[in-house]
Write a protein that binds this ligand. Structure first.
Ligand code: HEM
Length: 195
């Protein structure tokens, strides 16, 4: 899947502004998370397992959001009517994000897109990519709380190909750290002064 194949997915877009986050700040976050090169290798192995299961993973995540009206609300009009085209438009970007989380180097290009994804959850950019009339932002508390379901639900997919418990655990921990690292970066646009 190339970046251009996914509408609105702007990883690698040279027009995207550089992230205000420095490499040193990123390094400190990685150190705080105990995120090591072994975790990067575990993520690469995880992608080999997850790559054929992306649609099923997205079904689980969409099922989770869909079964909670307070979460569907963020894919809905301010009056509370779900916007099917919005849910459908974001889905392939979510899929590409699974791949990029596992496979990409966490460099300047990656940092720039982290800032963009964060912004897309805030009033600054939500709804713009898909031109929808939805609510203004995702509350920060839900971004943080969502780390758990996004992590817990990936484990059965990592375990689907008969790897050892030790190997599954290593990939799962690496996934948990990678998601937490990204959400930590996405909190920046919510409150730059205190980030
Ligand atoms: C967009 C991941 C939390 C609702 C996205 C995208 C990704 C993502 C990868 C697509 C970014 C792009 O456009 O390329 C995550 C992760 C979360 C999280 C990993 C937490 C661990 C939430 C929560 C909600 C939510 C709690 C509320 C239901 C949305 C919406 C969009 C979006 C509505 C589309 C934003 C737009 O208009 O561009 N998210 N998300 N997200 N997410 Fe999240």
């Amino acid at each position: 899947m190339s970046a251009s194949a996914v509408a609105g997915y702007r990883f690698d877009d040279a027009d995207l502004p550089a992230s205000p986050v420095t490499q040193e700040e990123l390094d400190h976050l990685r150190t705080t998370l105990l995120f090591s090169e072994a975790d990067e290798r575990a993520l690469r192995r995880a992608w080999e397992i997850l790559r054929d299961q992306v649609e099923q993973i997205l079904d689980v995540w969409y099922g989770f959001v869909g079964s909670h009206p307070h979460l569907v609300a963020y894919f809905s009009t301010p009056e509370g009517e779900p916007i099917a085209g919005y849910l459908a438009a974001v889905r392939p970007r979510f899929g590409k994000w699974i791949e990029d989380t596992c496979t990409r180097a966490y460099d300047e290009t990656w940092l720039a897109y982290q800032e963009e994804i964060g912004l897309r959850h805030t009033p600054a950019r939500k709804n713009r990519t898909d031109g929808v009339r939805s609510v203004s932002h995702i509350p920060l508390r839900y971004l943080i709380a969502f780390i758990h379901p996004i992590t817990a639900t990936i484990r059965p997919f990592l375990a689907a190909q008969g790897h050892s418990q030790e190997e599954i655990e290593a990939m799962h921990q690496a996934w948990f750290k990678a998601v937490t690292l990204q959400v930590a970066l996405w909190t920046r646009p919510y409150g730059p002064a205190t980030w």
